[in-house]
Ligand binder design. Structure first.
Ligand code: GLC
Length: 725
């Protein structure tokens, strides 16, 4: 179907049919639906009629080829013009084969593998009838109290852009119309949902436009530049106006400045939430504000179907504003080939073969080994020797709750637990597995059993963490330590005097007091997905060498939050040569630095950096500089290293971060091997938003840093001779 035939179709549609196209409902509302579907928000009573449903434009939360075919078939029988439904779902880090949560995937610093995971997720979702995924989520995050940091790729704008592009490429492939194993992507949540005050979900976001443009918006822009088909509004305010009713953000910036002409969908109920936000009196005003802001699809509330026709009749809006939205929706249906193939990739037989395929699980295992981050490894406790007797203790020793939030059709009971993986690796007589405590409770009997198991073992492996519902949407915590019973267990086990390895299963950076001091080694496993247990055992026994690097700082304690690496220096920086004892920017009761900085991660080998050299120290807008750093493996096992390059602008028109990630490279080094890693510095990388928000560079002094994380770096100065005006 071409655009002109879409236009012709629209001419045949009544106003009510056009308005109904803007309605998105969860799958149980639809005739032909036989299942509960995936309900991901508050289910309020809605004043909608059968006619609204018969002419609705899209469905969310549906699962399974048979279900999609049944709903679509029934819909086409009842829809006067035979307009097919768009089926959308939250396929965030896997459909049935579940990959590590996105914050973990980011710690792999492997965009190619991230793209592969999205390709597999799209393949499993599309054969199951899904057309659009509500991903990637690219909200920049700096506050681990917020439950949804697990869904992001972290605190760095550049890295968020790299992963945003990779996920969009993976989901959408090269040809949405003909590649039936692809799905359209929907970047979210526009904008700056991750900056919710106090880390409390749905809370106020209030940033300067410069902060917004410099740090928070580039991730969304990168996804759109990669061809992402849809954008989802954020629940929060931006500069005092909720995103779903924010004309400046949606019309002026997203559509006019960025030229985005795809679908803008509200988040669940976000149109009606303009009322509690206090910018709309009622559903009618909410509908008016949202449609004027350019929200095309209203998810799971009925303000549009109730009031848009009346608003046109009263002259508040023109029908053309409805037509714009309908055209975008029909255009995506046409791009996906739905008018010719309304069932698109849905295939009940193929679904049985594709979904959860062993090859997919293998990729999940590989990505999980790269996503885990080795935070501590004193006395070379790891890797383990396979002849040691192991006491595996903790609430996650045999838990399938390792898929994390937003794990779609993933089944916890099918996840490979640590217990199962250890049992595959060790003879049973070398293994003693006890719970030791529950996630939030402990009994004297459990503790006794744990101490007994530990006393009979050579090595203690403790598996602790957060229930997955302590993370994710509305999963915010003011205390980011492990629950007290687990800290009690760790403290008790540490008295056994045995080497102790702690495995963390969590969706956020934690305050690791009570963990670090009692552990000889700590492995951050996040929610590692379907093959989590296998991946962790691969790492514990050195079958794989850890290479993951943190993409979100671990605070010393929650009182530091927000704490992130690319902060400003302030006028009284701590540790400056002439710094006062007291009157500097510091705490009386805690360090300024995080416990573990952005980019941090250990390996089983030791890597040394030397000889950071530049081809020149004079950069101009037309001549680049090539930097070279030498990295050597001075340990005795092969290891992968993520070499990181940061730049500091020493003097700007506005204050500039102490460091900004500009590039990274993954290299593999055999014992004794040395490699030279290069990075090309360009004038474009030095551009930033000036006082008047113009985006340009200015001449001056800069420092290049190269290293294994954002703190341990070599440095080299250079000048930008001529900036870009
Ligand atoms: C939820 C989430 C959003 C998700 C949507 C549909 O409230 O905020 O990320 O895509 O509803 O499930």
């Amino acid at each position: 179907m071409t655009t002109s035939t879409i236009q012709n179709l629209m001419k045949q549609m009544t106003l009510h049919e056009k308005i109904a196209q803007l309605l998105q409902l969860a799958s149980p509302f639809f005739k032909g639906s036989t299942e509960q579907g995936h309900i991901t928000g508050p289910m309020a009573a809605m004043p909608i009629s059968d006619e609204h449903i018969e002419h609705a434009g899209s469905v969310l939360g549906v699962a399974g080829a048979a279900e999609v075919i049944s709903i679509q078939k029934t819909h086409l029988e009842n829809n006067r013009l035979g307009i097919p439904l768009l089926f959308m779902a939250d396929i965030i880090h896997g459909y049935k084969t579940i990959f590590p949560v996105p914050l973990a995937i980011a710690c792999s610093w492997d965009p190619e593998l991230a793209q592969k995971s999205a390709e597999i997720a799209a393949k499993e979702a599309s054969v199951s009838g899904v057309h659009v995924t509500f991903a990637p989520m690219v909200d920049l995050v700096r506050d681990p109290r917020w439950g949804r940091v697990m869904e992001s790729t972290g605190e760095d704008s550049y890295l968020n852009q790299v992963f945003a592009r990779a996920f969009v490429r993976g989901f959408q492939g090269q040809d949405l119309a003909n590649d039936l194993q692809s799905v359209a992507a929907c970047v979210k949540h526009f904008a700056a949902y991750g900056a919710a005050e106090a880390g409390r979900d749905y809370n106020t976001v209030d940033l300067s436009e410069r902060q917004l443009r410099e740090f928070y918006l580039p991730g969304y822009k990168a996804a759109l530049d990669e061809g992402c088909e849809m954008v989802m509004t954020a629940f929060n305010t931006v500069d005092g106006i909720p995103a779903s009713g924010n004309e400046k953000l949606m019309r002026s910036l997203l559509r006019e400045e960025w030229g985005f002409d795809g679908i803008l969908i509200s988040d669940w109920g976000a149109v009606k939430e303009l009322i509690p936000h206090g910018v709309a009196e009622d559903d009618k005003e909410a509908a008016l504000k949202a449609i004027k802001a350019g929200v095309d699809i209203e998810m799971m509330t009925a303000c549009y179907v109730q009031h848009l026709a009346q608003l046109i009749a009263e002259g508040e809006i023109k029908e053309t504003i409805i037509d714009e939205a309908v055209l975008r929706i029909l255009t995506l249906k046409e791009k996906l080939g739905l008018f010719e193939k309304p069932y698109r990739g849905a295939d009940v037989e193929l679904e049985q073969q594709v979904v959860g395929h062993q090859d997919h699980l293998q990729v999940s295992r590989e990505l999980a080994t790269k996503s885990c981050v080795l935070l501590k490894n004193d006395h070379h406790t790891l890797p383990l020797n396979s002849n040691k007797k192991i006491a595996l203790i903790g609430p996650f020793a045999d838990s399938g709750d390792i898929l994390g939030p937003w794990s779609a059709l993933g089944v916890k009971e099918e996840a490979v637990t640590l217990k199962q993986a250890f049992e595959k690796h060790l003879p049973i007589e070398q293994l003693n597995i006890v719970t030791g405590c529950h996630v939030e409770t402990i009994s004297s009997q459990q503790l006794e059993e744990a101490m007994q198991a530990a006393s009979n073992a050579d090595v203690i492996v403790v598996a602790v963490g957060e229930d997955s519902d302590m993370s994710g949407e509305a999963g915010c915590r003011t205390n980011i330590q492990l629950p007290a019973p687990q800290l009690e267990l760790l403290k008790a086990l540490a008295t056994c005097g045995k080497p102790m390895i702690t495995i963390l299963f969590n969706g956020r950076p934690l305050d690791l007091h009570g963990v670090l001091e009692h552990s000889d080694a700590v492995l951050e496993a996040w929610y590692p997905g379907s093959e989590g247990g296998s991946a962790i055992v691969d790492l514990l026994y050195g079958i794989k060498n850890p290479s993951g690097k943190l993409t979100m700082s671990f605070p010393d304690n929650v009182g530091q939050v927000p704490v992130y690496y690319n902060h400003f220096n302030t006028g009284r920086p701590q540790g400056a040569p002439d710094a006062q004892e007291r009157y500097v920017s510091q705490y009386l009761d805690a360090p300024n630095e995080p416990l573990f900085p952005f980019g941090f991660g250990l390996s089983y080998t030791q890597l040394s950096y030397s000889d950071l050299e530049l081809t020149s120290t004079q950069l101009t807008k037309d001549t680049d500089i090539t930097a070279t750093v030498t990295v050597s493996n001075v340990g005795n096992v092969t290891g992968e290293e993520i070499v990181q390059f940061y730049i500091q602008d020493l003097v700007g028109e506005v204050v500039r971060p102490l460091k900004e990630l500009k590039s990274f490279q993954r290299i593999s080094l055999k014992p004794g091997e040395t490699k030279q890693v290069t990075f090309t510095i360009t004038e474009q990388q030095l551009r930033y938003h000036h006082a008047d928000l113009s985006f340009k560079s200015d001449k001056g002094s800069f420092v290049l840093y190269a290293g294994t994380n954002s703190k341990d770096v070599l440095s080299h100065s250079f000048q930008l001779i001529s900036g870009r005006n």
